[in-house]
Each structure stands twice: as structure tokens, then as C-alpha cells.
Write a protein that binds this ligand. Structure first.
Ligand code: HEM
Length: 202
């Protein structure tokens, strides 16, 4: 639980901040939504999150482009089965490439683009019912931490964009932001995100 539950959530948040900085229009729209919902309150709470539909779209799009566990968790077949005409025998170890599925151009329009609006026009989400998007896996052995993880992540994201503005250090341009991926069980940014943070004043 500690391994699966800490690195994954913080990695997702780092990728999201990188994408928001690369897409200033998205950052601005998200900040406007969060600031409008929270208004004069000091804290964001879970009830507020339900009113933030744009933030939910950003969550889905971040998990689509940057699933923190790209190959999910290895599983072993307990019985013979057939997939797309291929016989797979019991005992075979199976890896699900959730990263590739979420970037498949047969399933997604402009799959390489961070375009959260796509989730405002569809019911698809990350909860395991739509196999085009399975960052938490699916079925009985899917991630049991999905609700906890997304709530913690969304609260942190909402608080960050509510209270702060962000820019790259030393006047760097957004095109210079490196979004290479590292290899490993969890997929981090190859180079940590460095940003200059300034408090938001009304
Ligand atoms: C963004 C955050 C997270 C992501 C993307 C994620 C993703 C995953 C994935 C892909 C699996 C394997 C599912 C499968 O094989 O079908 C998994 C399993 C698991 N996750 Fe998460 N997870 C996250 C956060 C958490 C949190 C916060 C917790 C606990 C507090 C947690 C606990 C677990 C546990 C215990 C399993 C093993 C379940 C089993 O084998 O039956 N995860 N997670």
C-alpha cells in the first residue's frame, strides 16, 4: 500500500503541473474554475471538487497521457483463454500496456496532445469500466486506492492552482520544458519539474 499509494499520486501531480505549464490556456481556465467555485473560502474541500468539471477533465487527461504505472502490475492467467484469436495458456504472465492503449490513435483523436476538453464530451473515465483508459487497472484486482488517490490528487491540485501562479525559472520558454519519461515500474519525469511559484492575490 505504501509503495503503490505514495509515488503514484505525487508522480501524477508532477506530470499534471508540467502539462499545465506547457498549456497556459488550460492552466488559466482551471484556475478560473477553481477560484470561482472556492470564492472567498480559505480551504478547498471534497464537496467543492464535485463542482469542478474542468478539473475532473484535467485529471482524466493527465492519467491518460501519463499513467504512473504504465504496464500495470504483472498478472498470471489461472485458466486457458483466447484473446483476439490467440490461445493463451494457463500460467502465462501477462503485462497490460495501459500507456500504449491510452495513446492508440484508433481509440483517441490526436492522442499525443494534452487536450482535456475531450473528457467534457464523453463518459469515459479512469475508473476501470472503459478499457481505453485503465491507469488503475480494472476488475477484481484493479487498484483499491483509486478513490483515495484521485481525491488526494485533486485536492492538492486545486489548492495549488487556487493559491499560486507558476512560471518556468530564468524566463525559460514553455517549449524548453523537457517532458521526457524515465523508465521503471513507475514512470517519472526524467528531469524533475522546476517552477517559480508566486502567491495569487485577488
Ligand atoms: C494515481 C495513483 C494510483 C495509481 C495510478 C494506481 C495504479 C494501480 C494499478 C495499475 C494497480 C494494478 C491493477 C491491476 O493489475 O489491474 C494497482 C494496485 C494496487 N494499488 Fe494502486 N494506484 C494508485 C494509488 C494507490 C493508493 C493511494 C493506494 C492505497 C492507499 C493503492 C493501493 C493499491 C494496492 C493495495 C494494489 C494491489 C491490489 C491487488 O493486487 O489486489 N494505490 N494500483
Amino acid at each position: 500500500m505504501y509503495a503503490g499509494g505514495t509515488d503514484t499520486t505525487s508522480t501524477t501531480l508532477e506530470w499534471t503541473m508540467a502539462e499545465l505549464i506547457r498549456n497556459p490556456r488550460t492552466m488559466k481556465t482551471l484556475q478560473n474554475e477553481v477560484r470561482e467555485v472556492v470564492k472567498n473560502k480559505v480551504e478547498v474541500d471534497e464537496d467543492d471538487l464535485e463542482k469542478m468539471l474542468y478539473l475532473k477533465a484535467v485529471t482524466n487527461e493527465s492519467l491518460r497521457l501519463h499513467p504512473p504505472i504504465p504496464l500495470l502490475v504483472p498478472r498470471e492467467l489461472t485458466q486457458d483463454t483466447k484473446v483476439l484469436g490467440y490461445d493463451i495458456i494457463s500460467g502465462t504472465r501477462v503485462l497490460m500496456n495501459a500507456w500504449a492503449i491510452a495513446r492508440d490513435s484508433l481509440l483517441w483523436e490526436k492522442p499525443e496532445q494534452f487536450y482535456q476538453e475531450r473528457f467534457l464530451e464523453t463518459n469515459i473515465d479512469y475508473k476501470g469500466l472503459y478499457f481505453e483508459l485503465i491507469p488503475f487497472g480494472a476488475g477484481r484486482r484493479g487498484c483499491p486506492g483509486v478513490t483515495f488517490a484521485t481525491t488526494v490528487y485533486e485536492l492538492a491540485l486545486a489548492k495549488l492552482v487556487l493559491n499560486f501562479n507558476f512560471e518556468l525559472p530564468n524566463g525559460a520558454k514553455i517549449e524548453q520544458l523537457d517532458v521526457s519519461e524515465s523508465s521503471g515500474l513507475t514512470m517519472h519525469k526524467k528531469f524533475p519539474l522546476l517552477v517559480v511559484v508566486s502567491p495569487h492575490t485577488c
